[in-house]
Design a binder for this molecule. Structure first.
Ligand code: XBP
Ligand code: MG
Length: 253
């Protein structure tokens, strides 16, 4: 195993708990604005999360939950418009500070930068959503902390396909041996494992029962020096919160 050079982060569920109180709300606001009475409850959204990508998720919802819906002739154009409205609602929520970063994320990013590790993002979400999250939590300049922000439709096959991780590594001219991935979901780890990346998992309410077989470790959160994580699966190698030393050990293990 070569020396660790880069950390590649998923966004939704990993950097911040964005799905239940962010994306879900934004979809509902966009539907209401369009005069549609579609209501994505917390429970329905759990099922919808099996499909990554907002446009793909709307299509899945129509097929499964609104079979009677009188589809417009240009269905993909209709979905794209609806999704554009959703992105506006979502970035607006982030601008209001609706979603904080998860515990330990800001510290870990700073420690990684201080240690000279390279950073990248590999996500299914729309690029504007990533900029809005970073800008409104870490500040505008944090966009530059990431050498590559691989997002959304930049690759045609979204997670669980490995393409977005392969794209990020190719852009950085690195191989899977040089990197470690950070994910929160089954579709995420299928993608990172498909790209042969060791993967650290932090669970959330929607993903706590997912299958994370083969993960380097599964934690409830990264934790902080004064707030330990709980290990769900794996060996924390004597650590109580995630730091660069622990990441390097997991990468080498
Ligand atoms: C994230 C997603 C995204 C978001 C919505 O998955 O699936 O679709 O839920 O964002 P991951 P968009 O964390 O595995 O990357 O509406 O912009 O697609
Ligand atoms: Mg995720």
């Amino acid at each position: 195993m070569s020396e660790l050079k880069a950390l590649i982060f998923d966004v939704d569920g990993t950097l911040a708990d964005t799905e239940r109180d962010g994306h879900r709300i934004a979809f509902n606001l966009a539907f209401a604005d369009a005069g549609l009475n579609w209501n994505w409850t917390v429970d329905i959204y759990e099922d919808l999360l099996s499909v990554t990508g907002g446009k793909e998720r709307i299509k899945f919802y129509l097929d499964k939950y609104q079979p009677e819906f009188d589809e417009p002739e240009d269905l993909s154009g209709f979905i794209a418009e609806m999704h554009k409205a959703k992105t506006a609602q979502y970035t607006n929520l982030l601008a209001k500070g609706a979603i904080p970063l998860r515990p330990g994320v800001e510290r870990l990013l700073n420690e990684a930068r201080a240690a000279g590790l390279r950073l990248a993002i590999a996500t299914t979400t729309t690029p504007e959503n990533v900029s809005a999250l970073l800008e409104h939590t870490l500040g505008k300049e944090s966009m530059d902390w990431f050498e590559v922000i691989a997002a959304g439709d930049i690759v045609p096959a979204k997670k669980p396909a490995p393409d977005i991780y392969d794209f990020a590594m190719k852009e950085m001219n690195l191989t899977a041996e040089d990197c470690i991935a950070f994910e929160d979901s089954r579709n995420g780890i299928l993608s990172s494992h498909g790209a042969n990346l060791k993967t650290v998992i932090t669970i959330n309410d929607y993903t706590k029962d997912h299958d994370f077989s083969g993960a380097a470790i599964v934690l409830d959160q990264y934790g902080e020096p004064d707030a330990a994580f709980t290990v769900i699966e794996g060996d924390a190698l004597g650590h109580r919160y995630m730091d660069i030393d622990m990441i390097k050990k997991l990468h080498a293990a």
